[in-house]
Design a protein around this ligand. Structure first.
Ligand SMILES: *[C@@H]1O[C@H](CO)[C@@H](O)[C@H](O)[C@H]1NC(C)=O
Length: 443
């Protein structure tokens, strides 16, 4: 079908050319014996026949020409879709701030789970917000499009582009003097790193460096708040995890890239005077969450009657997570932004020392995965088909538990949502979202 369409569009100019000749004979003093005149004498059915033959020929050509291999990273390469006066206008409008603090924030990963909620919260309180997202296909793009549509309704424009696109980032900084960058774009997921390691290097390492390069070169350097991860604690056995604990035993490539980012942040702070705050998120969950996370696909599979796999340690040890509700994390992000001091450098030159911080944003109450499942069963009113298996060595750790006293003391961070309450809100959203999708597709 696609091939046929291509043929038709290629044919169009030819056909319209024929049309033009036929409809403007007055332009030519065509005499009886001129080829043009004879051409006009061809009967219509004959012409149709020739056209069809010609069409078939072209069609055959396309059918037998070697297939073009689809490029999976095409979306990421389509970085020239930005630009133009309409586009710039949309960026400017989105960056308009109505708060006294005059904050304008560039949110990377704005169509992602945390990015979406943070963008919405910033806009609600009057900050200027411009989103950036490459809309990659790591998970259902429909979710990202849905988040984007909601943000657009509230006045947040999401630029479609990659953080690796330096020209795009510089352009955005030309248009808007961002006071802050909330960097939440990343390749997430610990298990997927075994399938697609380069994607982690591309987004989490190369992309992060590219973003910092543009930030440090800005005339007015923004303060940067970015998402690190609780996974940097890796095989750390001290509990609860505190910021001072060792983070040099990552259990996954994902964790290793986040750990590398913490080092990179230190270097850029040291050399260029960039104010940088890293936030180590602990298993963030909630409405509009990520489908690659256990609470999300457990919900999907339980509803489908599909068996779910529950991991346990080799000696039947409990696997537990410090589940942190999205609203609590958003509050933590905003508090980190509000307490961030200004960067001190300008145009790539350091003028003085700048703030460098790292905080745990967790919930301080780890919950065994088996308990997560029983809570979901209760909320969904469906019994799960459980299969308990020993946790494979694929990047997951046994246990996460945040010590949040530092964030409490310096940011005023205080999570207030327990797993029961948070899951209830998630399930409510889940059922509504997928029910309305089902109704739409039934049409
Ligand atoms: C949590 O971290 C703080 C330092 O930020 C430390 O003083 C405190 O002892 C830690 N709490 C526990 C229970 O380890």
């Amino acid at each position: 079908m696609v091939k046929l369409q291509m043929t038709m569009t290629q044919l169009k100019p030819i056909l319209s050319h024929l049309d033009a000749i036929r409809s403007t004979p007055g332009k030519f003093k065509a005499d009886k014996y001129s080829p043009l005149f004879r051409f006009r004498l061809l009967s219509v059915p004959k012409l149709t026949l020739w056209s069809i033959l010609f069409l078939i020929l072209i069609l055959l050509f396309f059918l037998f020409s070697p297939p073009t291999t689809p490029n999976p990273s095409r979306r990421a390469l389509q970085t020239t879709s930005w630009g133009g006066s309409t586009w710039e206008h949309r960026v400017r409008i989105s960056a308009r701030t109505v708060s006294k603090t005059r904050r304008t924030v560039l949110v990377t990963g704005a169509a992602g789970f945390v990015g979406f909620h943070v963008s919405a919260a910033l806009k609600r309180r009057g900050d200027g917000v411009v989103g950036l997202d490459n809309f990659n296909a790591y998970y259902d793009i429909g979710l990202k499009e849905g988040r984007k549509a909601l943000l657009e309704k509230s006045g947040v424009f999401i630029v479609e582009g990659d953080i690796n696109d330096g020209a795009l980032l510089r352009k955005l900084f030309d248009i808007v003097a961002f006071t802050h960058v909330m960097h939440l774009a990343a390749q997430a997921g610990v298990r997927y790193a075994m399938q697609n390691p380069s994607s982690y290097i591309h987004s989490n390492i190369a992309g992060f460096v590219n973003l910092l390069e543009v930030c440090k070169s800005a005339t007015i350097q923004p303060a940067i708040i970015w998402a690190s991860s609780s996974s940097v604690y890796g095989l750390n056995s001290e509990v609860p995890f505190s910021e001072k604990d060792r983070t040099d035993q990552p259990a996954s490539l994902y964790a290793a890239t986040k750990k590398a980012d913490e080092g990179i942040a230190h270097a850029y702070n040291h050399i260029y005077g960039l104010s940088i705050t890293g936030l180590r998120f602990f298993t963030v969950y909630g409405p509009w969450g990520r489908p690659d996370m256990a609470y999300f696909f457990f919900t999907r599979d339980i509803l489908k009657g599909k068996p779910i796999m529950i991991y346990e340690g080799s000696d039947h040890g409990t696997v537990a997570r410090d589940f942190t509700y999205i609203d609590d994390v958003v509050k933590g992000c905003l508090r980190a932004l509000d307490t961030a001091k200004k960067s001190t450098g300008s145009g790539g030159k350091r003028k003085g020392s700048a703030q460098l911080r790292i905080y745990n944003l967790g919930n301080t109450s780890p919950v065994p995965v088996s308990e997560l499942v029983s809570k979901l069963e209760k909320l969904l009113k469906v019994k799960a088909k459980k299969k308990v298996v020993t946790m494979p060595r694929n990047g997951d750790v046994m246990y996460t538990h945040a010590n949040i006293s530092l964030a409490q003391k310096e940011l005023g961070y205080k999570p207030t949502t327990d797993l029961e309450t948070g899951l209830k809100k998630f399930v409510k959203w889940y059922l509504k979202y997928y029910d309305s999708k089902k109704k739409k597709s039934a049409w």
